[in-house]
Structures are given as structure tokens and as C-alpha cells.
Design a protein around this ligand. Structure first.
Ligand code: ATP
Ligand code: MN
Length: 264
């Protein structure tokens, strides 16, 4: 994963060695001092033991690999750390997800970007926890959230690399394609009926194939059925999933049939 960075080396002080400088350069490009402070605190508390390189750089967040500390809980020993970017611009359109959201109303922080990002990370953590605890839809185990830093179970491929997103997954045969399609439709329904959530950004980019199962990730924007736009988001999710499987050439269900199946 590129540079290995021990958390005690996450420093903005004046490093003397060239390694210090390299680490500082790597870190400074992506992590602001407050984020580093939170990572250090997580290390002190024994959640993280070693902070490694980047798994993914996104528009709104980067995901890093880390080794679990002794207090991280019952996981494989590896962690995925999602760090929301603290720059303001990309967070603008988030308000429409949080605005209609009963759970986050009256949190007066909606116009302070820092607080907004914190709310966003907490929202992903809570949604992830709800899915994980339900036991009916696979999701990475949420471990900790601290401001813009979310710590969860790392979904590994077995050889240290992250498990592939559905987009990058190579199917064994056509039967497997169809099985995954039906499975995903069932998960959309279980998310709705059991977890009381609509993913709202569901696509082949936000599902990971791990241990021959489909894991749902990236649930920061997920909303409850009471959200005024939840059914629009649901239709969008269904459309994305059908669009992806259409390209794989299997026979599809009509979107409005799936919609009825999910909400009925
Ligand atoms: P946004 O699109 O909101 O900026 P994002 O898409 O960058 O966020 P995620 O989708 O949550 O954020 O994660 C990005 C990528 O990181 C995923 O596509 C996946 O490849 C990898 N990833 C995320 N969580 C895990 C995990 N728990 N284990 C392994 N890999 C993960
Ligand atoms: Mn994503």
C-alpha cells in the first residue's frame, strides 16, 4: 500500500531523517493535523497498531489499510480506515440527504463544514452498525468513529489485498452472475424491511465480494424509509443494479417489479 507509516511517525514536527521527510510529505498531502491527532489517539487506545498506505482515494474520502491494536475487538487483525476529506467543496450536496433526515434534524451544525463531516462519518458508522448488527446483510464490522475518521473491519482477499469491488469481480460462470443478481435484490429488500434503510448510492462500486458473499459498503448517504426522497433513492439503486447486470447479459426483472418486491 505504498508507504508504511507508523502512527508515532505521523508527525508534523521537524523530522531529521529522509524517511521522516518522506512520511511527512505523504502524510501532509492527505491528512490534516487534526486528523493525525485522532489517529494518534486511536493508536494510544489500542485500536490501531500500524497505519499503512492508501487503499482508495475518492472524491469525499480516502480509505487506508491499518493493523488492529489489542483493543480493536474481534476482527481479523486488519482494519480499513475511512477518512473523510475535510475540504468543504465536495460536501455541498450532502445537505439534501441530511436535511430530510429525522435522525439529524436540529443538529445546528449543518452549516459548519467540520461538524457536517463529523455528522456524516457518524451517520455512516450508525448505518453500518445497523446493517452489521441485523445479521441479514453482509457489511464490514464497524469498530470506531472519531470525527472524520471511521474504523472498520478490513475485507481482505486472503493475500493481503482488499477484496474486489463487484465492478472488478471475475465471475466463475453465468449461474454465479444470476445468483449474485438475486442475492443483491434480496439484500435491497432486507435493507429496507429489516434495517429500515435505503442505500441511496448502491452500485457495483459500493459492493465488495468477500468470502463468496456480497458486502454492502459506503453507507454514509443511506436514509430511512421516512426520508422524503427515500423511494426516489430506492428507484435509483434498483436502476443502477439492473444497469450493471444488463451489461452482463442476464435476464432482468423489471424495475417496477423489483420496487414492489422491496417495499411489499
Ligand atoms: P465517496 O464515493 O463517498 O467519496 P468512497 O467511494 O471513496 O466514498 P467507499 O466506497 O466507502 O468510499 O470506499 C472506497 C473503496 O475502498 C471501496 O470501493 C473499496 O474498494 C475500498 N474499501 C472500503 N471499505 C473497505 C473495507 N472495509 N475493506 C476493504 N476495502 C474497503
Ligand atoms: Mn464508494
Amino acid at each position: 500500500y505504498g508507504h508504511k507509516i507508523k502512527t508515532d511517525e505521523l508527525s508534523f514536527g521537524k523530522g531529521k531523517t529522509s524517511k521522516d521527510k518522506a512520511n511527512r510529505a505523504t502524510v501532509e498531502n492527505v491528512l490534516d493535523p487534526r486528523t493525525i491527532k485522532f489517529l494518534r489517539a486511536l493508536t494510544k487506545r489500542g485500536i490501531i497498531s500500524e497505519f499503512n498506505g492508501c487503499i482508495s482515494t475518492g472524491k469525499e474520502a480516502n480509505v487506508y489499510h491499518a493493523l488492529a491494536g489489542e483493543n480493536a475487538g474481534g476482527t481479523s487483525g486488519e482494519l480499513a480506515i475511512k477518512i473523510y476529506k475535510t475540504s468543504i467543496l465536495v460536501f455541498k450536496d450532502r445537505e439534501r440527504y441530511v436535511d430530510g433526515e429525522f435522525r439529524f434534524r436540529n443538529s445546528r451544525s449543518q452549516h459548519n463544514p467540520r461538524k457536517m463531516i463529523k455528522i456524516w462519518a457518524e451517520k455512516e458508522f450508525r448505518n453500518l452498525k445497523r446493517i452489521y448488527m441485523s445479521g441479514v446483510v453482509p457489511a464490514p464490522q464497524p469498530i470506531e468513529v472519531k470525527s472524520n475518521v471511521l474504523v472498520m473491519e478490513f475485507l481482505d482477499r486472503g493475500d493481503g489485498a482488499p477484496s474486489p469491488r463487484l465492478k472488478d469481480y471475475l465471475y466463475k460462470d453465468e449461474l454465479e452472475i444470476a445468483r449474485y443478481y438475486y442475492k443483491i435484490l434480496a439484500y435491497i429488500r432486507l435493507l429496507y424491511q429489516v434495517c429500515r434503510l435505503v442505500h441511496a448510492d448502491l452500485s457495483e462500486y459500493n459492493m465488495v465480494v468477500h468470502d463468496s458473499k456480497i458486502y454492502i459498503i459506503d453507507v454514509s448517504q443511506s436514509v430511512e424509509p421516512q426520508h422524503p426522497m427515500s423511494l426516489d433513492f430506492l428507484r435509483m439503486d434498483i436502476k443502477n443494479v439492473n444497469g450493471y447486470f444488463e451489461k452482463l447479459g442476464i435476464e432482468l426483472f423489471q424495475e417496477r417489479m423489483i420496487f414492489q418486491f422491496v417495499i411489499a
